[in-house]
Ligand binder design. Structure first.
Ligand code: 13P
Ligand code: SF4
Length: 328
């Protein structure tokens, strides 16, 4: 299917401003038997047009079971790669190929391979926020939803390397009383919350509960009322009797929190810069316009070699099997 140049990482084809993009995208989805999978960190309009919105675990589960011919992945590159690995015969599209992830970038496969060689008796558990190449060096993939249970399920004396997120790794170590070796990586979004401003906010809103993602630093997690993945945070806020919440993760999640809980107030936790909330610059590269062009011209597409898919698939399937076993 023809399109334009991908020099910029996305199709920069002018769109007729009179078009109703929601209607056009819905029409294209039907014509092409396509689905849109969106992460909670996407812009509200992308979440609104998506067929499924979820966290990393939910999105992988959905990508593995869909009957669609085309998956448009409204998220970042490692997520679209995971969808391709799980559904290699489907066309997987990412609206902007530059949508990367600081956490995935913090762990290059060649450097990790050297590190792994120094610890041959260790099992490798990698957070799904890593490249397909890193997954080929991994025994079990995990997400923030299942990480603690996956580690807990292993024999107590099993030596483990955890990559790439040192904050999630330290949180799992604390919860499971383990001493996993941690790769020194972090998420640029979750590392920059301002503890000082959050404490001030808590004092101003004494009834508000602080909900935090485990990618945050330990000093923030210590004062959190609840720590979980994005889906966990959303479900907790929905079930809770509290009326106010301070949300320490990427601000995109607040759209679903508000839709599901119109009577409750969600305050984005402030970062240590002049912004009021914390957006992931990678996630936010996707726009409704890029998504429309991507579905229309079926580009940019995620292409992976059969060999890479075969090797990277094993630890992801292990994670999906364990998640099923745990009822997740
Ligand atoms: P979850 O989707 O597992 O909550 O992780 C958040 C994240 O940082 C994704 O990039
Ligand atoms: Fe990566 Fe952090 Fe953005 Fe998630 S929020 S995609 S971990 S940089």
């Amino acid at each position: 299917m023809g399109g334009g140049s991908l020099e910029k990482g996305f199709l920069d084809i002018p769109i007729d401003f009179s078009l109703d993009l929601f209607a056009e995208i819905n029409k294209l989805k039907k014509e092409k038997n396509a689905i849109i999978l969106a992460h909670y960190y996407q812009d509200a309009d992308i979440q609104d047009i998506a067929d499924y919105i979820g966290d990393s675990l939910g999105l992988s589960q959905e990508a593995a079971k869909t009957n669609a011919d085309i998956i448009v992945f409204a998220g970042v590159h490692f997520m679209a790669e995971t969808a391709k690995i799980l559904s290699p015969n489907k066309k997987v599209l990412l609206p902007d190929l530059r949508a990367g992830c600081s956490l995935a970038d913090s762990c290059p496969a060649d450097k990790f391979s050297e590190f792994k060689k120094l610890h041959p008796d260790h099992l490798v558990i990698s957070y799904i926020n890593c490249t397909a190449d890193l997954k080929t060096l991994t025994d079990i993939v995990c997400t923030s939803t299942n990480a603690v249970q996956i580690v807990e399920n292993l024999p107590k004396d099993q030596k483990i390397i955890f990559a790439p997120d040192k904050n999630l790794g330290a949180y799992i170590n604390k919860k499971t009383r383990r001493n996993m070796l941690l790769w020194d990586g972090a998420c640029m979004v979750h590392e920059i919350f301002s503890l000082e401003k959050i404490v001030k906010l808590k004092n101003q809103h004494p009834g508000a509960l602080l909900l935090a993602h485990p990618e945050c630093e330990a000093n923030l997690l210590e004062i959190a009322d609840y720590i979980c993945s994005t889906t966990g945070i959303l479900n907790y806020a929905t079930k809770s009797d509290a009326k106010e919440f301070i949300v320490a993760t990427e601000a995109g999640i607040i759209h679903q929190m508000q839709l599901k809980n119109p009577g409750k107030t969600f305050i984005p936790a402030p970062p240590n810069n002049s912004c009021a909330c914390n957006d992931c610059p990678h996630m936010k590269l996707n726009t409704l316009e890029k998504l429309y062009n991507c579905l229309k011209y079926e580009q940019p597409e995620i292409i992976l070699s059969a060999d890479l898919i075969e090797k990277a698939k094993k630890p992801i399937i292990r994670m999906l099997d364990l998640s099923k076993q745990f009822g997740l």
